[in-house]
Design a protein around this ligand. Structure first.
Ligand code: DX5
Ligand code: ZN
Length: 219
């Protein structure tokens, strides 16, 4: 699965930018990844719930909301209630991650848990039983256009093993520095869903970039 991140899109034309990956066939994104940053959990600020609500009306591509915010226990369920398909919170920020997962599912979305590059997966294996998605960060969260950190692939391999042996039921997603050169190693490690900002919205034709990434991941 390919999830273009609109962090690298033109924020004055977000609706059109989403439509550009919402066509038919190979050019269509599986999810559109929306980075919500609060200027506290990460040193950058983007958009919040009112904008996400508007984006939800622009296409039928499911929205994958990645909340890089403090106090997700309080704010994340609102994204689920508004219709986001997958809502991911950070393990480092959640106060009661099990209750939060339950609240997200009750509000109608998939529940995602994300770990920063230096956060060990071991601490969260029990908690992950309550989640539908694990988002492994392959850059420090906060900015697009950074270089892929290959060391995080060990976490992907561990998660893949836990899923394949039936210990967890999760979709494994990776975010940061994914492009035509790095996607293969991530695919080999066992990623199911690839977030790509610069590689999609930095390209002349975002739809074609989605198709190229998908082909590269499968090769
Ligand atoms: C970074 C964000 C990413 C970002 C990825 O904190 O979570 O989703 O948009 O951008 P690229 O693909 O350019 O590394
Ligand atoms: Zn993200």
């Amino acid at each position: 699965m390919i999830a273009p991140s609109i962090l690298s899109a033109d924020f004055a034309r977000l609706g059109e930018e989403i439509t550009s990956v919402a066509g038919e066939g190979d050019n269509r994104a599986d999810w559109v990844h929306v980075d919500v940053m609060d200027g506290h959990f990460v040193p950058n600020l983007t958009i919040g719930l009112p904008v996400v609500r508007s984006l939800l009306t622009t296409s039928d591509v499911p929205l994958d909301c990645h909340l890089m915010i403090e106090d997700p226990d309080r704010w994340a369920p609102g994204y689920a209630e508004s219709g986001a398909y997958n809502v991911t919170v950070h393990a480092e920020a959640a106060r009661d991650p099990i209750m939060l997962a339950k609240n997200l599912r009750a509000a109608g979305s998939r529940a995602g848990l994300s770990v920063k590059p230096k956060t060990p997966l071991e601490d969260y294996v029990e908690i992950l039983k309550h989640y539908d998605t694990l988002l492994v960060m392959s850059v420090e969260p906060g900015f697009g256009g950074q270089s892929f950190i290959p060391e995080v692939l060990d976490k992907v391999r561990t998660a893949r093993r836990l899923v394949d042996t039936g210990h967890l039921r999760l979709l494994v997603e990776i975010d940061g520095g994914i492009n035509n050169d790095t996607i293969e190693q991530a695919a080999e490690a066992g990623v199911d869903c690839f977030v790509a900002g610069t590689a999609v919205y930095g390209a002349d034709d975002p739809g074609k970039a989605v198709a190229a990434l998908r082909e590269q991941a499968a090769s």
